[in-house]
Design a protein around this ligand. Structure first.
Ligand code: ATP
Length: 217
Protein backbone atom coordinates (compact mmCIF):
# COMPACT_ATOMS: atom_id res chain seq x y z
CA UNK A 1 0.00 0.00 0.00
CA UNK A 2 1.49 3.37 -0.93
CA UNK A 3 2.26 6.08 1.59
CA UNK A 4 1.10 9.30 0.00
CA UNK A 5 2.63 11.52 2.62
CA UNK A 6 6.33 12.10 3.14
CA UNK A 7 6.99 11.84 6.86
CA UNK A 8 9.84 14.34 6.69
CA UNK A 9 7.60 17.36 6.99
CA UNK A 10 9.32 20.56 7.94
CA UNK A 11 6.32 22.05 9.70
CA UNK A 12 6.75 22.74 13.38
CA UNK A 13 3.06 22.12 13.98
CA UNK A 14 1.48 18.98 12.62
CA UNK A 15 -2.09 17.88 13.18
CA UNK A 16 -2.86 14.17 13.14
CA UNK A 17 -6.45 13.15 12.46
CA UNK A 18 -7.22 9.55 13.36
CA UNK A 19 -10.48 7.78 12.66
CA UNK A 20 -12.24 4.96 10.91
CA UNK A 21 -13.13 7.10 7.88
CA UNK A 22 -15.72 4.57 6.71
CA UNK A 23 -16.10 6.54 4.48
CA UNK A 24 -14.34 9.92 4.75
CA UNK A 25 -16.96 12.69 4.37
CA UNK A 26 -17.16 16.49 4.13
CA UNK A 27 -17.48 16.81 7.90
CA UNK A 28 -13.95 15.39 8.19
CA UNK A 29 -12.38 17.63 5.58
CA UNK A 30 -14.17 20.82 6.68
CA UNK A 31 -13.20 20.48 10.34
CA UNK A 32 -9.66 19.36 9.45
CA UNK A 33 -9.14 22.51 7.37
CA UNK A 34 -10.59 24.72 10.11
CA UNK A 35 -8.43 23.01 12.72
CA UNK A 36 -5.28 23.54 10.64
CA UNK A 37 -6.14 27.22 10.37
CA UNK A 38 -6.86 27.55 14.09
CA UNK A 39 -3.70 25.72 15.15
CA UNK A 40 -1.47 27.25 12.49
CA UNK A 41 -0.52 23.75 11.33
CA UNK A 42 1.00 23.34 7.91
CA UNK A 43 -0.14 19.75 7.62
CA UNK A 44 -3.08 17.64 8.67
CA UNK A 45 -2.37 13.96 8.28
CA UNK A 46 -5.35 11.63 8.13
CA UNK A 47 -4.57 8.32 9.83
CA UNK A 48 -7.15 5.62 9.12
CA UNK A 49 -7.38 3.14 11.98
CA UNK A 50 -7.09 -0.56 11.39
CA UNK A 51 -10.13 -1.30 13.47
CA UNK A 52 -11.40 0.49 16.51
CA UNK A 53 -11.63 -1.73 19.60
CA UNK A 54 -14.59 0.47 20.61
CA UNK A 55 -16.61 -0.18 17.44
CA UNK A 56 -17.60 -3.84 17.13
CA UNK A 57 -18.52 -4.37 13.51
CA UNK A 58 -16.72 -1.52 11.82
CA UNK A 59 -15.12 -0.70 9.48
CA UNK A 60 -17.35 -1.99 6.72
CA UNK A 61 -14.97 -1.01 3.92
CA UNK A 62 -11.52 -2.57 3.65
CA UNK A 63 -8.33 -0.88 4.77
CA UNK A 64 -7.30 -0.29 1.15
CA UNK A 65 -10.68 1.18 0.18
CA UNK A 66 -10.73 3.55 3.15
CA UNK A 67 -7.19 4.66 2.43
CA UNK A 68 -8.00 5.19 -1.26
CA UNK A 69 -11.14 7.20 -0.47
CA UNK A 70 -9.17 9.50 1.84
CA UNK A 71 -6.53 9.96 -0.86
CA UNK A 72 -9.26 11.05 -3.30
CA UNK A 73 -10.97 13.36 -0.80
CA UNK A 74 -7.78 15.25 0.07
CA UNK A 75 -5.98 15.42 -3.24
CA UNK A 76 -7.02 19.03 -3.94
CA UNK A 77 -5.61 20.39 -0.69
CA UNK A 78 -1.85 20.56 -0.20
CA UNK A 79 -2.27 20.90 3.56
CA UNK A 80 -3.68 17.40 3.78
CA UNK A 81 -1.86 14.09 3.76
CA UNK A 82 -2.71 10.49 4.59
CA UNK A 83 -0.61 7.91 6.36
CA UNK A 84 -1.06 4.15 6.34
CA UNK A 85 1.07 3.73 9.47
CA UNK A 86 -1.78 2.22 11.52
CA UNK A 87 -3.07 0.07 8.67
CA UNK A 88 0.33 -1.53 8.19
CA UNK A 89 0.43 -2.84 11.72
CA UNK A 90 -0.67 -6.37 12.63
CA UNK A 91 -3.28 -5.23 15.13
CA UNK A 92 -4.99 -1.95 15.99
CA UNK A 93 -2.51 0.48 17.41
CA UNK A 94 -3.02 2.96 20.18
CA UNK A 95 -3.11 6.70 19.58
CA UNK A 96 -0.19 7.14 21.96
CA UNK A 97 1.94 4.80 19.81
CA UNK A 98 1.13 6.81 16.68
CA UNK A 99 1.88 10.11 18.41
CA UNK A 100 5.25 8.79 19.59
CA UNK A 101 6.08 7.43 16.14
CA UNK A 102 5.34 10.79 14.50
CA UNK A 103 7.19 12.68 17.21
CA UNK A 104 10.26 10.52 16.59
CA UNK A 105 9.96 11.05 12.81
CA UNK A 106 9.39 14.79 13.01
CA UNK A 107 11.92 15.53 15.72
CA UNK A 108 11.61 16.74 19.28
CA UNK A 109 10.88 20.35 18.31
CA UNK A 110 7.76 19.51 16.32
CA UNK A 111 4.41 20.05 18.06
CA UNK A 112 1.87 17.34 17.49
CA UNK A 113 -1.84 18.00 17.70
CA UNK A 114 -4.18 15.02 17.76
CA UNK A 115 -7.67 15.95 16.54
CA UNK A 116 -10.90 14.39 17.76
CA UNK A 117 -14.54 15.36 17.43
CA UNK A 118 -16.59 16.29 20.50
CA UNK A 119 -18.46 12.97 20.27
CA UNK A 120 -15.23 11.27 21.35
CA UNK A 121 -15.08 12.91 24.77
CA UNK A 122 -17.31 10.32 26.43
CA UNK A 123 -14.84 7.57 25.48
CA UNK A 124 -11.64 9.42 26.37
CA UNK A 125 -11.29 7.90 29.84
CA UNK A 126 -11.09 4.44 28.21
CA UNK A 127 -8.23 5.43 25.89
CA UNK A 128 -4.91 3.69 26.40
CA UNK A 129 -2.67 5.69 28.79
CA UNK A 130 -4.80 8.78 28.30
CA UNK A 131 -2.84 10.85 30.84
CA UNK A 132 0.42 10.27 28.98
CA UNK A 133 -1.32 11.11 25.73
CA UNK A 134 -2.58 14.42 27.14
CA UNK A 135 0.93 15.18 28.38
CA UNK A 136 2.79 14.22 25.21
CA UNK A 137 0.72 15.96 22.53
CA UNK A 138 -1.95 18.62 22.21
CA UNK A 139 -5.13 16.60 22.28
CA UNK A 140 -7.50 18.95 20.47
CA UNK A 141 -11.23 18.44 20.68
CA UNK A 142 -13.29 19.97 17.87
CA UNK A 143 -16.94 20.99 17.94
CA UNK A 144 -19.35 18.53 16.37
CA UNK A 145 -22.95 19.05 15.28
CA UNK A 146 -25.40 17.25 17.55
CA UNK A 147 -22.99 17.10 20.49
CA UNK A 148 -22.43 19.35 23.49
CA UNK A 149 -19.58 21.83 23.35
CA UNK A 150 -16.48 20.15 24.84
CA UNK A 151 -16.44 20.20 28.64
CA UNK A 152 -13.77 18.40 30.66
CA UNK A 153 -14.93 19.33 34.17
CA UNK A 154 -15.93 15.75 35.02
CA UNK A 155 -12.37 14.56 34.37
CA UNK A 156 -10.87 16.81 37.07
CA UNK A 157 -10.78 14.07 39.75
CA UNK A 158 -9.28 11.62 37.25
CA UNK A 159 -6.65 13.65 35.45
CA UNK A 160 -6.08 16.75 37.61
CA UNK A 161 -6.39 20.47 36.96
CA UNK A 162 -3.27 20.89 34.78
CA UNK A 163 -4.41 18.31 32.23
CA UNK A 164 -7.99 19.54 32.22
CA UNK A 165 -6.77 23.11 31.61
CA UNK A 166 -4.58 21.89 28.76
CA UNK A 167 -7.54 20.15 27.14
CA UNK A 168 -9.66 23.29 27.55
CA UNK A 169 -7.01 25.49 25.95
CA UNK A 170 -6.80 23.14 22.99
CA UNK A 171 -10.52 23.11 22.17
CA UNK A 172 -11.07 24.06 18.51
CA UNK A 173 -14.37 25.82 17.68
CA UNK A 174 -14.79 24.19 14.26
CA UNK A 175 -17.82 24.81 12.01
CA UNK A 176 -20.75 22.48 12.64
CA UNK A 177 -21.19 20.05 9.76
CA UNK A 178 -24.01 17.65 10.45
CA UNK A 179 -22.65 14.57 8.66
CA UNK A 180 -21.45 11.21 9.95
CA UNK A 181 -20.13 8.11 8.22
CA UNK A 182 -23.02 6.13 9.73
CA UNK A 183 -25.51 8.50 8.08
CA UNK A 184 -23.66 8.19 4.75
CA UNK A 185 -23.63 4.36 4.91
CA UNK A 186 -27.30 4.21 5.85
CA UNK A 187 -28.33 6.61 3.09
CA UNK A 188 -26.29 4.71 0.50
CA UNK A 189 -27.81 1.41 1.59
CA UNK A 190 -31.27 2.93 1.28
CA UNK A 191 -30.56 4.42 -2.14
CA UNK A 192 -30.73 8.01 -0.87
CA UNK A 193 -28.70 10.93 -2.19
CA UNK A 194 -25.35 11.58 -0.49
CA UNK A 195 -23.85 13.99 -3.01
CA UNK A 196 -23.67 16.85 -0.48
CA UNK A 197 -21.91 14.68 2.08
CA UNK A 198 -18.99 13.31 0.08
CA UNK A 199 -16.26 14.50 -2.23
CA UNK A 200 -17.52 13.69 -5.76
CA UNK A 201 -14.56 11.37 -6.39
CA UNK A 202 -15.30 9.45 -3.21
CA UNK A 203 -18.87 8.91 -4.36
CA UNK A 204 -17.64 7.64 -7.74
CA UNK A 205 -15.19 5.31 -5.97
CA UNK A 206 -18.00 3.93 -3.77
CA UNK A 207 -20.20 3.29 -6.81
CA UNK A 208 -17.42 1.69 -8.86
CA UNK A 209 -16.40 -0.60 -6.03
CA UNK A 210 -19.93 -1.42 -4.86
CA UNK A 211 -19.28 -0.31 -1.30
CA UNK A 212 -21.95 0.15 1.37
CA UNK A 213 -24.67 -1.64 -0.55
CA UNK A 214 -27.86 -3.06 0.87
CA UNK A 215 -26.10 -6.09 2.34
CA UNK A 216 -23.87 -3.88 4.49
CA UNK A 217 -26.63 -1.61 5.81
P1 ATP B 1 -19.27 6.85 12.40
O1 ATP B 1 -20.59 7.48 12.06
O2 ATP B 1 -19.00 5.56 11.64
O3 ATP B 1 -19.03 6.73 13.88
P2 ATP B 1 -17.82 9.35 12.03
O4 ATP B 1 -18.58 10.16 11.07
O5 ATP B 1 -17.87 9.72 13.48
O6 ATP B 1 -18.13 7.81 11.83
P3 ATP B 1 -15.02 8.71 12.21
O7 ATP B 1 -14.16 8.21 11.12
O8 ATP B 1 -15.37 7.80 13.30
O9 ATP B 1 -16.32 9.33 11.51
O10 ATP B 1 -14.41 10.06 12.78
C1 ATP B 1 -13.04 10.36 12.83
C2 ATP B 1 -12.90 11.59 13.69
O11 ATP B 1 -13.57 12.68 13.07
C3 ATP B 1 -13.52 11.43 15.08
O12 ATP B 1 -12.69 12.10 16.03
C4 ATP B 1 -14.85 12.15 14.95
O13 ATP B 1 -15.29 12.67 16.18
C5 ATP B 1 -14.51 13.26 13.97
N1 ATP B 1 -15.66 13.68 13.16
C6 ATP B 1 -16.35 12.93 12.28
N2 ATP B 1 -17.32 13.64 11.70
C7 ATP B 1 -17.26 14.88 12.23
C8 ATP B 1 -18.03 16.09 12.04
N3 ATP B 1 -19.07 16.14 11.21
N4 ATP B 1 -17.68 17.17 12.77
C9 ATP B 1 -16.63 17.12 13.64
N5 ATP B 1 -15.87 16.02 13.86
C10 ATP B 1 -16.18 14.91 13.17
Amino acid sequence: MPVSFDYMVTSKRTALFGGTFDPVHVGHTVVAAAAAEHIGAEKVIFIPAKRSPLKDNLPRASDVDRFNMISLAIEDDEKFGVSDCELKRQSPSFTLDSVRRFQAELGGKASIFWLIGADGISELSRWYKIEELIDECSLSVMYRAGFEKPDFEKFLPLWGRRRVEKLRENIIPTPLVDVSSTQVRQRLASGLDVAQMLHPKVLIYIRENNLYGLSTK
